[in-house]
Design a protein around this ligand. Structure first.
Ligand SMILES: O=c1ccn([C@@H]2O[C@H](COP(=O)(O)OP(=O)(O)O[C@H]3O[C@H](CO)[C@@H](O)[C@H](O)[C@H]3O)[C@@H](O)[C@H]2O)c(=O)[nH]1
Ligand SMILES: O=P(O)(O)OC[C@H]1O[C@](O)(CO)[C@@H](O)[C@@H]1O
Length: 483
């Protein structure tokens, strides 16, 4: 048990004397973590947030912090990777601790809300079992945030909040209104999510955001009024990073040849013979409505000059050849795929739109490099993109990006009037088509943006600087000398 005999102030001072390394816990109940990065983007709950949490935890470990990532223990034959109670990231001290809460089987993130108090109790019991408490917790997404509120009630340990994605913007972009609120709530649990986000914003000691835009725009949403003010000092702008060992212009990784063969075969399979060799317009996001794949297919299908300039290539996970079917997909992913295939057929785009299966970040990086060499680009047409790790990762591989102007990309690709890529209006297929046509038609501009993009990532988006930003805020909060 903790040193309960000491009054808290003495416990804290004695703790300071004895403490060797700072100890930080991560609250991330959704998705899961393992050494194989299993299911990343192959499921809506396995995306950029997991990348962010893993890379930040590893970077903090490099800076001498003891880090534990708390997620969910899943005893489910279909999700065998997450059955062990503990796992350590290779070549690091970062522990993945899987706490059992709710039923034993896998649950989508929307179904975790009723069990988060049990999760927080499990995390508290873990530390009690260790006889050591954490100095601070970082909480991720609304569910991690609410769990950290419960953990603080149990232990008094303060926490930071990193939203990764806020429900209010998703509600707006999915056009939730009085008429469909009931159905949308049943699917996305927005009422629990917004309430959890508000409570978290009120009680967090620190809030980390990736851009000023997230602070001044996303946190200024009417649904968060009264929970926190965007000007509040506890909000810290700390940009995320890019794993430059994976995303770069030079390293030929073990997946390079396999990926190039995969790309070649997919394009040969899906493209009309005479179109082979045109620049590629590439999409690599998770198959969910907010990523707006259909909007891009419409922009492409309604713009014949654009079709002359390039082919559309859509990355998938776990589907070999969607033109022959995609039985493995279900729920929202199947619905998105159905709408895509319907759009391609309705606009007679077969032969101009190809699909490729990529199973890892190494494959994704190799694809970015290869597509960059075709003079192509990454398109990120999300209705709303809180930040967009894909944007900075593609830039690091020398691939020019055309991204939604809604959210973080507006700050990644523009600074003090200088451009580092193209911005487009995801709700206007005509605008997206024109931007893409311009991007593919101006080789000089393309070369310039490629170079500037690489430099910008190396200057501004590294996980080491992200970790230092977190530590600075946390140490100031704990009253310790900053780095
Ligand atoms: O086959 C693949 C394809 C993609 N990725 C990775 O998946 C991540 C996708 O992240 P992002 O582009 O940021 O999108 P989301 O998954 O939607 O991430 C959410 O969380 C991120 C981190 O806070 C924010 O940047 C996003 O805006 C937010 O929507 C990237 O790191 C990719 O490298 C893979 O690991 N394997
Ligand atoms: O679309 P939503 O519900 O806002 O969720 C996006 C979240 O899903 C994830 O992709 C799951 O990892 C996170 O990266 C992100 O925070």
């Amino acid at each position: 048990m903790w040193e309960e005999s000491l009054p808290f102030r003495d416990f804290k001072s004695s703790w300071k004397r004895r403490k060797k390394r700072m100890r930080i816990g991560f609250m991330n109940p959704q998705g899961n973590f393992d050494n194989k990065d299993s299911y990343w983007t192959a499921h809506p709950d396995f995306g950029g947030q997991l990348v962010y949490v893993k890379e930040l935890a590893l970077a903090l470990d490099q800076l001498g912090v003891d880090v534990e990532i708390f997620t969910r223990r899943i005893e489910d034959p279909e999700w065998g990777e997450f059955r062990e109670k503990e796992e350590i990231y290779e070549n690091s001290g970062v522990k993945i601790i899987r706490i059992p809460f709710g039923p034993k089987g896998f649950l989508n993130k929307e179904k975790l809300w009723p069990y988060l108090r049990e999760y927080a109790e499990g995390v508290s019991a873990y530390y009690e079992g260790q006889g050591r408490r954490p100095d601070f917790m970082t909480a991720h997404y609304g569910d991690g945030g609410l769990s950290a509120v419960y953990f603080k009630e149990l232990t008094g340990v303060s926490f930071s909040f990193t939203a990764h994605s806020l429900g209010a913007q998703k509600m707006d972009k999915l056009k939730v209104s009085k008429s469909n609120e009931g159905d949308m709530n049943r699917i996305y649990r927005f009422s629990e999510r917004i309430a959890a986000e508000r409570r978290t914003m009120e009680e967090a000691s620190l809030i980390f955001v990736s851009t000023n835009q997230e602070r001044m725009n996303q946190y200024a949403h009417a649904r968060y009024k009264g929970a926190v003010s965007p000007e509040d000092e506890k909000i810290k702008v700390v940009p995320p990073g890019v794993n430059l060992k994976i995303f770069n212009t030079h390293r030929e990784n073990s997946e390079e040849a396999r990926t190039q063969a995969e790309l070649h075969n997919s394009l040969k399979r899906d493209l009309r013979e005479d179109r082979f060799g045109l620049p590629i317009i590439f999409i690599s996001g998770r198959l969910e409505k907010k990523k707006n794949h259909l909007g891009l297919v419409k922009a492409y299908g309604e713009n014949p000059p654009l079709q002359q300039r390039g082919n559309l290539l859509i990355a998938l996970r776990g589907v070999k050849d969607p033109y022959r079917g995609y039985q493995t997909l279900k729920d929202e992913e199947k619905a998105v795929m159905d709408s895509l295939m319907d759009g391609i057929n309705r606009m007679d785009m077969k032969g101009k739109v190809a699909f490729v299966t990529l199973e890892s970040q190494e494959q994704l990086a190799a694809a970015y490099r290869w597509i960059g060499n075709t003079g192509g680009l990454l398109a990120l047409p999300s209705l709303y993109e809180p930040f967009g790790l894909a944007v900075v990762e593609a830039m690091a591989c020398g691939l020019v990006v055309a991204a939604t102007k809604n959210g973080g990309p507006s700050e990644i690709l523009r600074e003090k009037g200088e451009a580092f890529g193209f911005l487009m209006n995801p709700e206007d297929p005509g605008d997206m088509g024109k931007v893409l046509e311009k991007a593919l038609g101006d080789q000089k501009l393309w070369q310039c943006l490629r170079k500037k993009g690489i430099q910008r990532v190396h200057q501004k988006y590294t996980w080491e600087s992200t970790a230092k930003g977190y530590l600075k805020g946390i140490k100031e909060h704990l009253g310790e000398k900053p780095l």
